[in-house]
Design a binder for this molecule. Structure first.
Ligand SMILES: Nc1ncnc2c1ncn2[C@@H]1O[C@H](COP(=O)(O)OP(=O)(O)O)[C@@H](O)[C@H]1O
Ligand SMILES: [Mg+2]
Length: 360
């Protein structure tokens, strides 16, 4: 007969494939009872899993019955997303539990595209999600979200986020008439603009705020990394060698800032020819995996180079929203699940309070 501790030890060894982690690291075990080899297990996940409930239930039962000799297992799943620790010296934001930075070493690797599709995926998984477009010089989120409205202010100071497809958003693109306006701004102005966009938006009880960072690892990014309370970062790369080198710089930057890197996402991994069905690795293979291994982080997902992604996202209806059942959308959701599960393994932010914003 097994005892509770033996079960817990086993549970810490069993990796559940869909979340790429075990139930102990993800701090999912809320209650565990063992009576006559009947295990009653209440799991409370710190990540959203709505469209995966059945799959996770089955997968966990399978994994447990394979490695534990038990009469039966009673399993219940629930969700409670908590706030995770941020850089020392910074305070979390009221009404935003977790900020996740989406970064890359260089531009054009599909950071904004991935950010918006991941935001939509997290929403479909059952989280409250916002997106902050931190690319002051080249905002793309208003277009990718298909926004038609401008943010309104209730009091002349705070702005209400623009809501598209159920995702709250803020971008400099909503506020300046001409894209060239920001081009002449210097570093300090850009930093200030970004902090205002972050702090003076009335985010409405977000589980995750996705920040679409500008490309590169220059002074601006560094300042941002020092001033924005981030729980975790995700690095986007293409499999191409040069983009991978740049991604390594991004990794080093977050390391230096003591911001945990949740993992790497490889974008434009393969190309499926719509005419002949042949899959080719146009940007090389294994780049994301290489970085993940080298820095002992995780490859969270691989997204294909597909014209659908470009056409739909650039037209304001990201693929995850336009065709939620498409395999590409499933890949985004699985990546979002792994990403939020990775975040759930990190330390909590015990200082996080959620004061009410009172507007008089
Ligand atoms: N997986 C993909 N398949 C096809 N096109 C993509 C993919 N990812 C991004 N793109 C396209 O590549 C261009 C650059 O992407 P973007 O997200 O703006 O990059 P970044 O934000 O890194 O500069 C956009 O036109 C976008 O639609
Ligand atoms: Mg971009």
């Amino acid at each position: 007969m097994l005892n509770k501790n033996q079960i817990l030890e086993k549970l810490s060894e069993i990796i559940i494939p869909t979340i790429n982690s075990d139930l102990v690291s993800t701090k999912s075990i809320k209650d565990i009872q063992l009576n006559d080899d009947v295990l009653t297990l209440a799991l409370e996940f710190g990540f959203p899993f709505e469209t995966y409930e059945n799959q996770l239930q089955q997968q966990i039962l399978e994994c447990l019955t394979q490695s534990l000799k038990l009469k039966s297992i009673q399993l219940t799943l629930s969700q409670k997303i908590v706030s995770h620790a941020v850089q020392t010296g910074l305070k979390g934001l009221p009404n935003v539990k977790n900020i996740i930075a989406i970064a890359s070493g260089k531009g054009g690797v599909g950071k904004s595209t991935t950010a918006v599709n991941l935001a939509a995926a997290l929403k479909q998984l059952g989280a409250r999600v916002g997106i902050l477009d931190a690319d002051i010089y080249g905002p793309s989120q208003p277009m990718m979200l298909g926004a038609t409205e401008k943010p309104e202010s209730v009091d002349g100071k705070y702005l209400k986020p623009v809501i598209c497809h159920g995702i709250q958003s803020m971008s400099i693109g909503y506020l300046i008439e001409n894209e060239d306006t920001a081009m002449i701004w210097r570093g300090p102005m850009v930093t200030r603009a970004l902090q205002q966009l972050l702090n003076e938006t009335l985010w409405d009880k977000l589980d995750y705020l996705i920040i679409d960072l500008p490309p590169g690892t220059g002074d601006i990014q560094l300042t941002l990394a020092q001033k924005i309370p981030v729980s975790g970062a995700v690095i986007i790369t293409t499999p191409q060698d040069i983009a991978c080198l740049d991604a390594k710089k991004a990794y080093a930057m977050f390391n230096k800032m003591h911001i945990p890197v949740l993992g790497v996402i490889e974008n434009m991994s393969t190309h499926l020819c719509p005419a002949c069905g042949h899959t080719s690795a146009i940007f090389g293979t294994g780049g994301g995996e290489h970085i993940a291994n080298k820095y002992q982080t995780t490859l969270l997902g691989q997204l294909p180079l597909d014209i659908k992604i470009r056409e739909q996202t650039d037209a304001g209806k990201p693929t995850v929203i336009a065709e939620p059942d498409h395999p590409i959308s499933q890949a985004y959701r699985e990546t979002a699940l792994k990403l939020s599960a990775a975040l759930s393994t990190l330390g909590k932010n015990y200082a996080a309070k959620f004061p009410k914003i009172v507007i008089e």
